[in-house]
Design a protein around this ligand. Structure first.
Ligand SMILES: *Cc1c(COP(=O)(O)O)cnc(C)c1O
Length: 403
């Protein structure tokens, strides 16, 4: 039985919505993007939501808006996907990597130790869909001593008067924080709508804007929308109206807008997302039930009363194994054609970041998390029969290697 890792959820409603966009005569940014932004805003309780063409571009756009200067530091976990740090580099800042906790997420203690007067932003990552401890992180950036240390290097930073928290919520659309869907806990939260994520537009991202006063998130939305379209004073949709040809370019904008034909895919998915989340939870629980009595298993965090996961991936960890044994287990699993993954190879272990001087020895928990980890397929389409097959395959593979 062949089990893919993370196929997109494409049903008749998705196809109908895309067809509607194609037949409408308008395929780039327009009504479908607007509708998707509204749906994501409702779901996340954010003040405003701007859709863009990827998480990565969205993060660069926001860091540039913040006014990051050479030498400015942005704290990121070492244990994440490369995009978290690459966005900082493209925006002209310096990623300061810190270690994670046993729950796979960035350690708040490690953030505290890494803060200097050069720190301008923190990008916590909701690994596998498990929200970070945002109460603690927001409290930290608002501590009087931390605020006193803050040195603004741009007008936006001056206006905020403290370190900005921009969460990498690439995995966590639909997760819960204090009994409501997450996305409004931090100043800025960005969801990825890439093909393997819970809600997808093939490629895409959604920026949740929750800047505190005196910022006006409606004004900010309008400003960012323009910045995401070459700083052009009229978007293509407005320009097509009769007599609406004249426009101006008022800055060095980026080309980061999402197309309607893409938005249509996500729009049809998000309308049924409550049901899709329930199916993800069913899959997650089936894994928990299968592995909880295995002496070697460490189950991923999913619900602690304050937070609930978006069940993006099932990050199984296996106790007391070496990295080589983990790799052997993956080889065994692959023989049964079950696709698995590893989240994540810590960035210091990747050639590019290692070349910049980051060393894995400085991030022992990131290495711990990585070398015990195997991510199992987790998506709504998985049937009970497929889940039985996957769990049996995984258990047999572990026993074969650890015998
Ligand atoms: C997928 C992912 C990203 C990048 O998202 P794109 O939309 O592909 O740019 C960023 N961070 C994490 C943790 C991710 O998994």
């Amino acid at each position: 039985m062949k089990i893919p890792f993370s196929p997109p959820y494409i049903d008749d409603s998705v196809i109908a919505e895309v067809t509607d966009s194609l037949k409408s005569g308008w395929i780039t940014t327009g009504p479908k993007v607007k509708a998707l932004e509204e749906e994501i805003q409702k779901l996340s309780n954010a003040q405003r939501v701007l859709c863009v063409n990827s998480w990565t571009t969205g993060a660069i756009l926001m860091l540039r808006w913040l006014g990051i200067q050479p030498g400015d530091e942005v704290i990121v976990p070492a244990y994440t996907y490369c995009a978290t740090a690459l966005a900082v580099l493209w925006a002209g800042g310096k990623p300061v990597m810190v270690d994670s906790g046993e729950d796979l997420n960035i350690s708040v203690d490690a953030i505290r130790k890494a803060i200097t007067p050069k720190t301008k932003a923190i990008i916590p990552v909701d690994i596998a869909g498990w929200p970070c401890d945002y109460d603690a992180i927001m409290q930290l950036v608002n501590e009087p001593e931390i605020k006193a240390m803050f040195q603004a290097t741009s007008p936006v930073m001056e206006k905020l008067g403290r370190i900005v928290v921009m969460s990498d919520s690439a995995h966590s659309i639909g997760a819960y924080y204090h009994q409501q869907h997450s996305g409004s806990e931090t100043d800025i939260a960005i969801f990825s709508l890439h093909a393997v994520k819970n809600v997808t537009t093939a490629e895409g991202g959604a920026i949740c804007l929750n800047m505190p006063e005196p910022f006006d998130n409606d004004e900010l939305y309008a400003e960012l929308r323009m910045k995401a379209l070459n700083c052009q004073t009229k978007d293509a949709f407005t320009k097509t109206k009769v007599g609406g040809w004249r426009y101006d370019i008022v800055g060095m904008g980026m080309k980061a807008n999402m197309a309607d034909v893409n938005a249509a895919i996500g729009l049809a998915q998000i309308r049924q997302y409550d049901d899709l989340l329930k199916e993800r939870k069913r899959v997650f629980e089936a894994y928990n039930n299968a592995f909880k009595n295995q002496s070697w298993s460490i189950l991923p965090p999913c619900n602690d009363g304050v937070r609930e996961s978006s069940y993006h991936v099932y990050a199984l960890r296996i106790k007391d194994i070496t990295e080589e044994q983990r790799d052997e287990i993956i080889n065994e699993i692959s023989k049964s054609e079950v696709a698995v993954n590893v989240h994540f190879i810590p960035m210091p272990m990747l050639t590019f970041f290692h070349g910049l001087g980051y060393q894995i020895e400085d991030y022992p928990q990131a290495y711990e998390n990585y070398h015990h980890e195997i991510s199992l397929p987790c998506y709504p389409q998985l049937t009970a029969e497929q889940l039985d097959y996957i769990t049996t395959t995984v258990i047999n593979a572990v026993h074969t290697v650890l015998k």
